[in-house]
Every structure is written in structure tokens, then in C-alpha cells.
Design a protein around this ligand. Structure first.
Ligand SMILES: Cc1cc2nc3c(=O)[nH]c(=O)nc-3n(C[C@H](O)[C@H](O)[C@H](O)COP(=O)(O)OP(=O)(O)OC[C@H]3O[C@@H](n4cnc5c(N)ncnc54)[C@H](O)[C@@H]3O)c2cc1C
Length: 355
């Protein structure tokens, strides 16, 4: 380990698998924890001087690290802290703050808007990136601002909600032009004293009368645990990156045509309206009805016993196993439904190595 002054250190050849929920992949050539903006600047200067690529790591719950590792500097985002705004509705959180801690803090302060997003692993800074969503809520609905370092311009920038261009599992920050931003703070505008959101059928059926925010968060946690979608270290069915595929958005006519092929007497394809007139179809349904299940595996990787949308590491999986299984599922769903499933997690270190 090399000391880099009092604020931060840089380590070499740090295994990344233990820093991810999926638990696969090799080491980072360089690795630094940054707990404030000055340390971030110093770490970026370290990378610039060596012309090595930078990857920002939050909680590692939405990434697949290559077995070769990452030939650059991994910055572990550890700028933390929750600061209430003067308006009584806003919470500002350092990008490295545990997301679930922020949800609990909002619920305790009786601020509505993210109670259904409890139990999602990872950090506050990663939440705007794929516009995290669950059980009828999306982070993009309440993000009021994002403060980020622009690696190209060499300056901090503030993005309001519109500038983030949130969509289904997308935002400015996961588009090619947006990967240059390192998020350091996220601000959420919530609803003081507002009611809990229980649009999602699994949630609605649990409550006879309007529930408190904390009751909804607890109910979401119970549903997540039952589906293996709550991160619990040591439990093999939770060694995943959450949902592995996005739910495809298809033209309504395509779904009708698929249903005609199914014929009468079979399950209808579940569907939800999507912005722009399309129809969102659950990828889990397409996978299950393509004849795939927990017995579908590749090396140490398999489809979860609890949720068809999660690929789990049953103990000794490599990233190669995960990719093989991903390709197997995509191939089978394409054959059965003519639909291409797009993976949700980010692939790290798969591009050609930079020396
Ligand atoms: C059990 C389980 C359940 C899940 N449930 C859901 C769910 O219900 N809904 C949902 O949407 N997702 C879900 N996920 C996926 C995941 O938890 C979220 O996408 C989460 O926001 C990722 O946060 P992270 O800090 O772990 O990001 P990481 O996995 O560390 O990184 C993900 C991406 O964000 C980038 N990034 C991280 N922090 C920053 C930053 N500060 N600045 C710039 N870039 C950054 C990384 O470079 C990477 O590209 C689940 C995952 C698991 C394992």
C-alpha cells in the first residue's frame, strides 16, 4: 500500500469480488477509498498522471467484474452523510451513503416518496444512474438535484431533475455521454407527512387501511426477503446483482402477435403500459415461459430458486460462468419469443486491457 498523504491511500492488486454482491471477478490494478472531495481530486490526479482508466465503485450491487480484473484505478466512493434541507422536504446525501440508510432516515422523518425503495443495496450516488425503481416508485420521481464532477471539463456541475433525463432504468448518467460524471451528492425532494404509495398489487393486498411509511418499508422488506431480492451476505440465493435483465418494452402489436401464437387456454402475457405507447413485459415471465428455471446453470452460476430474473453465484462462479448463463438465457428467450433481453448490470474490465 502506498501512502498518499493523510486523506487517502492507494492500494495495488485489490480483489474486487468481495466488494460486490455477485462475488465474481479479479483485482483492481489500483484501488483508493475517497471520503471527501479533496481526496477524490487527488485520486483522479493519480490516475491522470498514469493515464489509467477510472471506475467508480459504490456498493458493488449492480456490476459484474471480469475475471481479469480492472486495469486501472477503482475509486470506492465513501463520501457519506445525510443533511436535511431548510425546507423540511429535502434530504441531501453524500454519494457513498448507504441507500437503505437514507430510506430509513426519510421514513423516520415522515418524508414520503422512497418508502417502497427500501432494501435496495448500494449507495445513494448510484441511485440516479439507472433510476432505481421498485414496487411502484422510482428514484427519478424525487431526485431534485445531483452534484457531480465532470471528468472532461474538470469542474463540478449541478443537475436538476430535468437535466438528469430519467427513463426506465436510464438517465443521463448511464448514457455514453454521461459516464464522465462522478456523483458526489444527491438531493431528494420528498413529501412531508405524505401518504405511503401502495400501487403495487403485492403491497396493496397486505393493507386494509392506509399504512404508515414504516409499515410499507417493512412490507417491502418482507417481500424482498421472500424473493431473494434482499441482500443478505452468506445467503447463496442473494449472491446476485438483483434483476439481471431489464423488462423489455415492446410494441403492443408484437405482444398481441405473441399471444396469438400461445393460443387459447394459456396464460395471458402480463403487461404494463410504458411511456411512449409501448408495453412493458416482465422479463421473468418470458424466461420462465421459455422453459428456464433454477436448473438452468453454467458452472457455478444459476437462475435463482426464488426469482427467475436473478442470476446467482452458487459459490464458485466465475464471471465467465455468469456471461455463459446470460447468453444461454438470451438465446432461449429469443428462440421462444423473438425478444432480445438486455442485461441491467454494468460490465467492468471486459473491454480490451489498457497497459
Ligand atoms: C439483491 C438485490 C436487489 C436489487 N434490487 C433492485 C431494485 O429493486 N431496483 C433497482 O433498480 N435495482 C436493484 N438492484 C440493483 C442495485 O442495487 C442498484 O442498481 C444500486 O443502485 C447500485 O448501487 P451500487 O452503489 O451498488 O452501485 P455499483 O454496483 O457499485 O455501481 C453501479 C454503476 O454505478 C456507477 N456508480 C456508482 N456510484 C457512482 C458515483 N458516485 N458516481 C458515478 N458513478 C457511480 C458505477 O461506476 C457503475 O457503473 C438490486 C441489487 C441486488 C443485489
Amino acid at each position: 500500500m502506498r501512502k498518499q498523504g493523510a486523506r487517502w491511500t492507494v492500494e495495488e492488486e485489490v480483489p474486487l469480488a468481495p466488494l460486490t454482491t455477485l462475488g465474481v471477478g479479479g483485482a483492481a490494478r489500483f484501488f483508493a477509498r475517497v471520503a471527501d472531495e479533496e481526496a477524490l481530486m487527488d485520486a483522479l490526479e493519480f490516475a491522470r498522471a498514469r493515464a489509467c482508466p477510472v471506475f467508480v465503485l459504490g456498493g458493488g450491487s449492480n456490476i459484474i467484474v471480469s475475471d481479469r480484473g480492472f486495469e486501472g484505478l477503482v475509486l470506492k466512493m465513501e463520501i457519506t452523510g445525510i443533511r436535511p434541507g431548510a425546507d423540511g422536504a429535502t434530504l441531501h446525501a453524500g454519494a457513498g451513503t448507504e441507500w437503505d440508510l437514507l430510506v430509513r432516515s426519510a421514513v423516520e422523518r415522515r418524508l414520503a416518496g422512497i418508502e417502497c425503495l427500501g432494501g435496495i443495496p448500494g449507495t445513494a450516488g448510484a441511485v440516479p444512474i439507472q433510476n432505481v425503481g421498485a414496487y411502484g416508485q422510482e428514484a427519478g420521481d424525487v431526485v431534485a438535484g445531483v452534484r457531480a464532477w465532470d471528468q472532461e471539463e474538470g469542474a463540478f456541475r449541478l443537475f436538476d431533475r430535468d437535466a438528469c433525463t430519467f427513463g426506465y432504468r436510464s438517465s443521463l448518467f448511464n448514457q455514453p455521454g454521461g459516464r464522465r460524471y462522478i456523483i458526489v451528492e444527491v438531493s431528494l425532494r420528498l413529501r412531508p407527512g405524505g401518504g405511503a404509495r401502495i400501487d403495487y398489487p403485492d403491497l396493496r393486498e397486505r393493507f386494509a387501511s392506509p399504512p404508515a411509511l414504516a409499515e410499507v418499508r417493512d412490507a417491502v422488506m418482507a417481500i424482498r426477503r421472500a424473493k431473494g431480492m434482499a441482500w443478505s451476505p452468506g445467503h447463496p440465493e442473494s449472491r446476485s446483482a438483483g434483476s439481471f435483465f431489464k423488462n423489455p418494452v415492446l410494441p403492443a402489436a408484437t405482444v398481441e402477435a405473441l399471444e396469438e401464437v400461445l393460443g387459447p387456454g394459456t396464460d395471458r402475457i402480463p403487461r404494463f403500459p410504458a411511456p411512449g405507447g409501448g408495453v412493458k413485459v416482465p422479463a421473468a415471465w418470458l424466461i420462465t415461459h421459455a422453459g428456464l428455471g433454477p436448473e438452468t446453470s453454467s458452472g457455478g452460476a444459476a437462475i435463482s430458486t426464488r426469482h427467475a430474473l436473478a442470476i446467482v453465484n452458487r459459490g464458485a462462479a466465475t464471471s465467465g460462468d455468469i456471461l455463459d448463463l446470460m447468453a444461454k438465457i438470451q438465446r432461449r428467450v429469443r428462440e421462444a419469443w423473438g425478444v432480445d433481453l438486455e442485461p441491467e448490470p454494468i460490465f467492468v474490465g471486459f473491454e480490451p486491457c489498457i497497459g
